[in-house]
Write a protein that binds this ligand. Structure first.
Ligand code: PEP
Length: 254
């Protein structure tokens, strides 16, 4: 996959069925004429995936993703959804390693490596989240923290498989807090991640990797984040629940 401008909406655990339908349709109505080369991905709760994938089928700039998948292929894992199941109802992407899942569901580097494996085997593009907590940033250890997340969950991949990934840098202290990283902080970490990828996979793959920023991205700060040379787009949480805000962010990613 080559580097692309991208905006991803993470609805988290919000929107019952009808509300999800309204939000997905409103986003589509506002973006269906939008012909810029920006990929827009909506990641709703899994119950919405099939319906939204069928609504978006005729719009190649719009896709649907899941927020998680099991690290198992199938079997006696009550309540879990496999990557194959998600792909079978139209998901093309899957968010993996979101900090809320690492914190509340104790996802480990190893488990995430297995989830990445499951996603790739089932032709889902992983949107792999990484990012440091506030105490690591205060101690100026943010790069070492992110480096370990990436190395331990991703660097076992062969180059051809690594190329299918999207990386989302999401400083934990900026998620859902209203505290956005400054454009300089975002650029610095994105450049670091690209350099880390280059050291393992070479410059071509590093230059072709899409790296998104996430953490209180909103219409008022999107443009300055997108102006940074290593910021290819955004993973948007809260603002993706409001069609107008989400669309405004997309329109700034041109
Ligand atoms: C997220 O949950 O991935 C996120 C970036 O959330 P928010 O935009 O609300 O900070």
């Amino acid at each position: 996959m080559s580097r692309q401008k991208m905006v991803v909406g993470n609805w988290k655990m919000n929107k019952v069925y009808v509300e999800g339908l309204v939000l997905a349709n409103t986003v589509m109505a506002q973006l269906q004429q939008f012909r810029e080369d920006v990929k827009v991905v909506v990641c709703p709760p899994s119950i919405h995936i099939q319906t939204i994938a069928s609504i978006y089928r005729d719009y190649p700039q719009l896709s649907v993703g899941a927020q998680n998948c099991s690290h198992h292929a199938s079997g006696a894992y009550t309540g879990e959804l496999s990557a194959a199941m998600l792909a079978s109802v139209g998901a093309e992407y899957v968010i993996l390693g979101h900090s809320e899942r690492r914190t509340h569901f104790n996802e480990t580097h190893q488990e995430l490596a297995e989830k990445v494996e499951q996603a790739l085997q089932n032709k889902l593009s992983p949107i792999f989240c990484c990012g440091e907590p506030f105490d690591k940033r205060e101690a100026n250890q943010q790069e070492a923290f992110v480096q370990q997340q990436i190395e331990e969950s991703l660097f076992h991949l062969a180059p051809k498989r690594f190329e299918q990934l999207i990386i989302a840098y999401e400083p934990i202290w900026a998620i859902g807090t209203g505290m956005t990283a400054t454009p300089e902080q975002a650029q610095e970490m994105h450049a670091f991640i690209r350099q880390l990828i280059a050291s393992k996979y070479g410059d071509d793959i590093a230059e072709n990797t899409t790296i998104l920023y996430g953490g209180s991205c909103k219409p008022s700060n999107a443009a300055e984040l997108f102006a940074q040379k290593d910021v290819d787009g955004a993973l948007v949480g809260g603002a993706s629940l409001h069609a107008e805000d989400f669309v405004q962010i997309v329109l700034q990613r041109v």
